[in-house]
Design a binder for this molecule. Structure first.
Ligand code: HEM
Ligand SMILES: *[C@@H]1O[C@H](CO)[C@@H](O)[C@H](O)[C@H]1NC(C)=O
Ligand SMILES: *[C@@H]1O[C@H](CO)[C@@H](O)[C@H](O)[C@H]1NC(C)=O
Ligand SMILES: *[C@@H]1O[C@H](CO)[C@@H](O)[C@H](O)[C@H]1NC(C)=O
Length: 470
């Protein structure tokens, strides 16, 4: 399902020079005069080295200062890329999906997540299924029923994997919980053996997405393609078994099995599998990493933890022991949600996406020619003092009242392609946070353990925490 792939593209923003030499030779045509300012950097390597050294956030900020706060040109992955910046740039991209820009995705990535015969399928192929899915199944009303499941699983997870230990490495545990949750909610897979079968090849598959696309048996990319096939095979088995079983309209898979196309035909098993591979990849890393950074900031700033604890304890006290959280409880988590949003502002877990210009675009006095690759990123606004005074400060109160100006806080993108999983992510994170803080005080075992940016920002030692049960 190609639709999910633009979202994954940020993995390829890595400083991989060989990648560029081998795989991207094409240059967009250069006959337009009025291009945005910027440098193409080194031949072939472009500015990937700078990007690798500086990190995306600083890379973007430096160039906005040097060239233009609205739009600049750079060269990444061997292609010239125009980066749209600021609230106006975001607005331009978000409001012109399908009019001036379409998602752009690399062949190498398709090869891992799609079966061979779908690798060249047109982008629009999957949109029907996706639109149905987006509007029917990830809507708040449908998500309501997920909350008790999330809550029950969070409780079991904390009881079994956190509570027995005086200290834990939080990040791998959070990853594990997020994966289990997605499998349970989307596929009704709870059997540990099945979970293992999907999750084992999942890690090499993701590593493949982030590696040099050289398809040999011993490269990460080669292993990624192989693991991708295993993940697909496992998911296909699940889909086929469920199609046999009949459909109770209760989880995501059963709803998709009921969808019909214009001719009244069911969606093919292959399409459904593509869909789930995309969904698992899109939902898993970003949610787990956001959850990790929320816990990271809670451990770093005790006053934030205390304030959040107060809110969560009031909710806990209003419920019978063991009673599940509800949508109404989530709505009371106002301060907590501001904490989550502030964490997403400082550490946006999706660095932005690439699009391709469908027509010549006039923007900020420049012309971006048809066919040009473009990029938008939360890093052009999230750390901008114009929109967020003292941007490096962790301050959840920024989101009080009317909150940030439009198009400045954009961790989930915006417009037609805004992340359809954003409410799911909100629920998953808040439910986990509720259970965590009402059970433990947390303290960093490595004082001020830092966030480091590799593929995604992550705590340098996996977020080692001391746990102190209430
Ligand atoms: C904190 C967690 C998450 C963040 C920060 C995030 C962020 C994003 C961003 C920035 C995009 C790209 C928008 C664009 O191309 O302009 C996106 C797309 C997408 N996300 Fe998420 N996401 C998160 C969680 C999830 C979850 C939990 C799901 C599924 C349940 C999900 C499913 C998707 C899908 C399917 C797309 C592609 C939409 C399309 O191309 O139309 N995401 N997400
Ligand atoms: C909470 O939700 C879980 C999962 O849906 C369910 O098994 C459990 O019985 C619920 N607990 C209560 C007290 O309703
Ligand atoms: C993650 O969960 C699986 C079971 O689903 C378990 O075997 C594995 O040890 C867990 N990993 C961590 C890091 O806890
Ligand atoms: C999930 O699977 C279990 C058996 O493993 C079954 O009892 C239950 O009804 C299924 N739930 C849904 C929503 O299909």
């Amino acid at each position: 399902m190609d639709i999910f792939i633009p979202y994954l593209f940020f993995f390829l923003l890595l400083p991989f020079s060989i990648y560029l030499i081998l795989f991207f030779h094409k240059e967009a045509s250069d006959d337009t005069k009025n291009l945005p300012p910027g440098t193409k950097g080194w031949p072939v390597l472009g500015e990937n080295i700078d990007l690798g050294l500086l990190g995306l956030s600083k890379f973007i900020r430096d160039r906005m200062e040097k060239y233009s706060p609205d739009v600049f040109q750079t060269s990444l992955l061997g292609d010239k890329v125009v980066v749209f910046c600021g609230a106006q740039g975001n607005k331009m991209i978000f409001n012109n999906d399908g009019k001036l820009v379409i998602p752009w995705l690399p062949f190498s990535l398709r090869k891992i997540v799609l079966p061979d015969f779908d690798v060249n399928s047109p982008y629009e192929d999957a949109i029907g299924l996706f639109r149905n899915f987006q509007y029917d199944i990830l809507k708040p009303e449908a998500l309501r029923q997920y909350i008790p499941v999330m809550d029950a699983l969070a409780r079991t997870h904390l009881r079994d994997c956190w509570k027995p230990h005086p200290s834990v490495k939080a990040q791998p545990l959070i990853n594990n919980y997020t994966f289990e949750l997605a499998c349970r909610l989307f596929l009704n897979v709870t059997d540990p053996e099945r979970l293992q079968k999907i999750s084992r090849p999942f890690a090499p598959m993701r590593n493949g997405l982030m590696s040099l696309p050289i398809d040999l048996p011993w490269t990460a990319y080669g292993r990624g393609i192989k693991a991708g096939k295993m993940v697909r095979a496992e998911l296909t088995k699940i889909v086929e078994a469920r199609r046999e079983e009949g459909r109770e309209k209760r989880d995501l898979l059963s709803m998709i099995l009921e969808l019909k196309d214009e001719e009244g035909k069911c969606v093919s098993v292959n399409k459904i599998t593509n869909f789930f591979v995309g969904l698992m990849v899109a939902s898993y890393d970003s949610t787990a990493s956001a959850m990790t950074s929320v816990v990271f900031f809670l451990a770093e700033y005790p006053h934030v933890y205390e304030e959040l604890l107060k809110e969560q304890m009031a909710i806990a006290k209003s419920k019978a022991p063991g009673e599940n959280l509800t949508w109404e409880d989530i709505e009371k988590m106002k301060y907590s949600w501001n904490v989550v949003r502030e964490a997403l502002r400082l550490v946006p877990t999706a660095p932005g996406t690439f699009k391709e210009a469908m027509a010549d675009i006039s923007f900020a006095g420049f012309t971006i020619p048809k066919g040009m690759k473009t990029f938008w990123t939360p890093h052009s606004t999230h750390n901008n003092p114009e929109y967020f005074p003292e941007p490096e400060k962790f301050d959840p109160s920024r989101f009080e009242g009317s909150g940030p100006a439009p198009y400045t806080f954009v961790p989930f993108g915006g417009g037609a392609r805004i992340c359809p999983g954003r409410t799911y992510a909100k629920l998953a994170i808040l439910v986990m946070v509720h259970n965590l803080v009402t059970k433990f005080r947390i303290e960093k075992a490595i004082p001020h353990e830092k966030m480091v940016v590799e593929v995604m920002a992550a705590p340098s030692h996996g977020l080692l925490l001391h746990l102190d049960p209430h």
